[in-house]
Design a protein around this ligand. Structure first.
Ligand code: AMP
Ligand code: GLY
Length: 430
């Protein structure tokens, strides 16, 4: 790479702080802008008050600030077509976007599309059928023919709430009716996928692709429920670990041949020019990988354990994605275990309090990576809570148990009113 790059990173969560932290270490970086960012990303570059879905404002910013590359954190700008928007503009079309176009983002944007994709390319996944309002009666009959638990998924994006799993047939039928006839999840549930329940242990697989070749990034496991022992309501993610001990060499081999290669080859066969991250949610069912879902972006909080384990200059990797030369890159992976514990606001994932002063950030051990998820500065540069998920506290260590202990101690050390975190992140698999 000849020149120093001006980078625009879109997003404001812990994932984006981890990206900003990693990009800030690049020898190819000139200026890093994060839009809208948070109090943590402000330490890695310049925050810009601009929504990640406001394409017109982003376009003007990219043009005015001679941005060389745009990295998209979340799914919304991708499913809304930010990449296509750039390609359609004479001034912007030469600025690479890390993230797929709308056709590739459909892997996340439509469950029905992604199930058909998996079927077409022989990728293992739960058996399914999809229904609309006009086929509600068939949907009810289909449910009756299944054995519980029943899995219902709104077709479109529903802020992580569109999946319902229930043992109760009456409830399943009522939910299906609510989704299809009463638009329970708005337009996202105009179509509903009903699928076979898969019993096993989940993990998150991340692949970076330039549309021709790919790299498999470190594997991770996310802890989705609010309560200890995976109980209570679903959240955006309460912590993560990488690597995942059960993903041994034999499992990784199966993942690669049965899931990853057919996915990348499937995109090529379907003429989907995909440049960015593919996040594959996997269920390990008795040693066999099944795809639960695709996302068109990195995971959060998985990014907060995956990026700290990649030693490469991340702009080398992104440039290789943009120039379709990823095959010339070699990933350098840190063998240590990374564990992140998410500190959240009181009340989360339901209604929660914000604007609480965060204390003790400055006195964390220096090897701790405190990635900001929902924070902001007040007028005196104090850091305040500004979201349900507040801080992802990552520790790395050769001993997984020690990584766990360091992450937990640092989460304990952080102080703000209403702080909550899970004390069992990683315990089940270490
Ligand atoms: P999704 O939004 O598709 O990732 O689904 C959310 C969560 O529901 C997943 O992380 C799984 O824990 C669970 N889930 C989804 N599909 C299934 C399935 N077919 N069998 C069992 N659990 C599932
Ligand atoms: N941690 C799950 C997600 O990012 O969707």
């Amino acid at each position: 790479m000849g020149k120093q790059l001006n980078i625009l990173l879109l997003g404001s969560g812990g994932r984006e702080h981890a990206f900003a932290w990693k990009i800030a270490q690049s020898k190819h970086l000139q200026n890093l802008y994060i839009a809208p960012g948070n109090a943590g990303t402000a330490r890695c570059g310049t925050n810009v008050a601009m929504a990640d879905t406001d394409f017109e404002t982003i376009k003007n910013f990219v043009w005015t600030n001679a941005i060389d590359m745009v990295i998209v954190g979340a799914e919304a700008p991708l499913t809304l077509g930010i990449h296509d928007y750039f390609l359609a503009d004479d001034l912007l079309k030469t600025v690479p976007i890390i993230g797929p176009k709308q056709d590739g983002a459909l892997l996340e944007g439509s469950k029905d599309f992604s199930k058909k994709f998996m079927l077409r390319h022989g990728i293992p996944t739960a058996a399914y059928a999809s229904f609309t309002q006009s086929t509600l009666a068939q949907g009810i009959d289909f449910l009756t023919s299944l054995t519980p638990p029943y899995v219902l998924k709104a077709d479109g994006l529903a802020a992580g709430k569109g999946v319902i799993i229930t043992e109760d047939l009456t409830e399943a039928k009522a939910e299906l009716t609510e989704m299809l006839t009463n638009a329970k999840f708005g337009a996202a549930s105009a179509k509903v996928v009903i699928e076979e329940f898969l019993s096993g242990i989940e993990c998150s697989v991340f692949v970076l692709t330039d549309g021709k070749s790919y790299k498999v990034l470190p594997i991770a496991k996310d802890y989705k429920r609010i309560g200890k022992g995976d109980t209570g309501l679903n959240t955006g993610g309460m912590g993560a670990v990488s690597p995942v001990p059960f993903a041994n060499e034999a499992f990784m081999q199966k993942l690669e041949t049965k899931v990853i290669q057919p996915t990348i080859n499937g995109l090529i066969k379907d003429n989907i020019d995909y440049r960015g991250f593919v996040f594959i949610g996997i269920m390990n069912v008795g040693g066999e990988p099944y795809v639960i879902e695709y996302n068109c972006r990195m995971g959060d909080p998985e990014t907060e354990v995956v990026l700290p384990r990649i030693n490469n200059d991340i702009l080398d990797l992104f440039d290789a994605v943009a120039t379709q030369t990823l095959n010339t890159q070699t990933l350098e992976i840190d063998p240590r275990t990374a564990i992140t514990t998410m500190c959240v606001s009181g009340g989360y994932p339901e209604e929660y309090v914000k604007d609480k002063l965060i204390k003790n950030l400055g006195t964390l051990p220096k090897e701790i990576l405190a990635f900001h998820a929902g924070t902001r500065f007040d007028e005196n540069e104090n850091v305040l809570t500004n979201g349900g998920r507040v801080l992802a506290i990552t520790a790395l260590h050769t001993s997984p148990n020690q990584a766990r202990k360091l992450s937990q101690e640092a989460a304990q050390h952080i102080d703000y009113a209403g702080k909550y975190y899970r004390t069992d992140i990683g315990l089940d698999i270490l």
